[in-house]
Design a protein around this ligand. Structure first.
Ligand code: UDP
Length: 477
């Protein structure tokens, strides 16, 4: 049996996916450095990606951070075409016995004071109950998305048939209406396995003793207010919600020598459009070509994290983030001569790039992003206006929020083929990088960045809320 030091501990369980792992690790670091905790950090080794291994390997030594790799679950019976919600749901369910054993080994030896899970980890609430631990949910997305998730069980009961067949938008009390086309995929087919898993988790959110959410008041005020004040949420009943964000990855100076950062060094200030679709996003073959033409014709400098196209699913790389593709194959899916014609103006990086360091670099002036919540926060904190290009999950709900906040522009899809055409890409690239609108968006990101700093520093509301929860855990209240 392993013994723990006498510091209070929290246990954190991450579900597969870099977008879950990264902010939970940041939470762990904060609990260790600011609140005197040690953290037992449980990660899945099933579907673990190259990006995950590299991230865990590169973590600085911290005596307070104990990474516990759960043994791989048997997933041989899960068909390769199963949707992401089902795969994550099954992996998490099957890892529960190992989590329980591991926690009982640690738990009886030391003062574990709380269990924190992300949005797909609610099965672990049963284990928290067994051990008498307070159970907390960490929402890795916005308060707007959290409000939608908490309200989904009510919508499920009130609605017969598919949500897609409802004529108008989905109305969540006190929140901005959600267009049907922007719903996450699992919810678009109520007969699917993915929907059952999704609903299973969201139905359990009300059991949490508290919900930490990676956002802050100035960014998400409308939904946070709705969560606090609307009767519909009081009746659920909604656990206390703690907006403790933004928790984003810190810039690592050790990465300075990476090729794309050296390239950025040579570019003029705010001249480069960074193009990336998160840890798992892929475009269709037609879209990759059109994007390449649009970037070229815009005559803007660009740094593009390119992935092999996938004509079937936009989340193709979700479970294999950061896998090394053969750079020689780029020519197979980019327009003929593209790399030569854009030499010096653009840089193409296959698969994966140090995103936070790129966004923080003074040469970066815009971000064409899939609107994953971590990418969104990283862009805002580093004052980079966005081109909002959502692909899957809740990204289509994040995009309109960013447009409403006037920090992003959303390209218009071509009629019929669902591809954004090169002229439209050229238009939005110029708008963000050159136009007065781009400057206005930049000014708005600065305001939000300033409010992000205020909330996170001593005395700020996010800082105080995390202090409050941390002291409740320590005092067992
Ligand atoms: N990321 C990165 N390099 C890449 C792609 C992604 O460092 O080439 C990081 C990015 O900075 C962010 C996370 O992976 O912290 C992706 O999370 P997000 O919520 O934006 O999107 P997801 O990948 O979950 O769709």
């Amino acid at each position: 049996m392993e013994t723990l030091n006498l510091k209070p501990h929290v246990a954190i369980l991450a579900s597969p996916g870099m977008g879950h792992l990264i902010p939970l690790l940041e939470l762990a670091k904060r609990l260790i450095s600011l609140h005197g905790f040690s953290v037992l950090f449980f990660v899945q080794t099933t579907y673990s990606s190259v990006a995950q291994s590299q991230l865990l390997f590169s973590l600085p030594d911290s005596p307070g951070l104990n990474i516990v790799e759960l043994p791989p679950a048997d997933v041989s019976d899960i068909p390769s075409h199963a949707d992401a919600d089902t795969r994550i749901g099954l992996v998490m369910r099957r890892s529960m016995p190992a989590l329980e054993t591991s926690l009982s080994n640690y738990g009886s030896a030391g003062p574990v004071t709380a269990l924190i899970v992300d949005m797909f980890g609610t099965d672990a609430f049963d284990i928290a109950l067994k051990f008498g631990l307070p159970k907390y949910l960490f929402c890795t997305s916005s308060a707007a998305f959290l409000a939608y998730l908490l309200y989904l069980p009510s919508l499920h009961q009130q609605t017969e048939g598919e949500f897609c067949d409802l004529g108008g938008p989905i109305m969540i009390p006190g929140c901005a209406p959600i267009q049907i086309k922007d719903l996450n995929d699992a919810v678009k087919d109520r007969k699917s396995e993915g929907y059952r898993w999704f609903l299973h988790h969201v139905c359990r959110y009300k059991e949490a003793d508290g919900i930490l959410v990676n956002t802050w008041e100035e960014l998400d005020w409308k939904s946070l207010r709705a969560l606090r004040e609307e009767d519909a949420f009081k009746q659920i009943p909604t656990p206390p919600v703690y907006p403790i964000g933004p928790l984003i990855k810190e810039v690592q100076t050790s990465l300075r020598g990476v090729e794309c950062l050296l390239w950025l060094e040579k570019q003029p200030p705010e001249s480069v459009l960074f193009v990336s679709f998160g840890s798992g996003g892929s475009l269709s073959s037609a879209q990759v070509k059109e994007l390449a033409w649009g970037l070229e014709q815009s005559q803007q400098r660009f740094l593009w994290v390119v992935r092999r196209p996938n004509d079937f699913t936009p989340s193709a790389s979700f479970f294999s983030s950061g896998g090394n593709e053969d750079e020689g194959n780029l020519a197979e899916y980019l327009p003929v001569g593209f790399l030569d014609r854009t030499l010096g103006v653009g840089l193409v990086v296959p698969c994966w790039a140090p995103q936070v360091e790129i966004l923080a670099h003074s040469s970066t002036g815009g971000f064409l992003t899939h609107c994953g919540w971590n990418s969104t926060l990283e862009s805002l904190v580093h004052c980079v206006p966005m081109i909002a290009w959502p692909l899957y999950a809740e990204q289509r709900m994040n995009a309109p929020m960013l447009v409403d906040l006037r920090v992003a522009v959303r390209p218009i899809l071509g009629a019929g083929d669902g591809v954004v055409g090169r002229k439209e890409i050229e238009r939005v690239a110029r708008l963000v990088m050159e136009g007065a609108e781009g400057n206005e968006m930049k000014a708005k990101t600065r305001q939000l960045r300033d409010s992000a700093i205020r909330t996170s520093t001593v005395g700020g509301s996010g800082y105080n809320l995390l202090c409050q929860v941390a002291s409740e855990w320590k005092n067992g209240t």
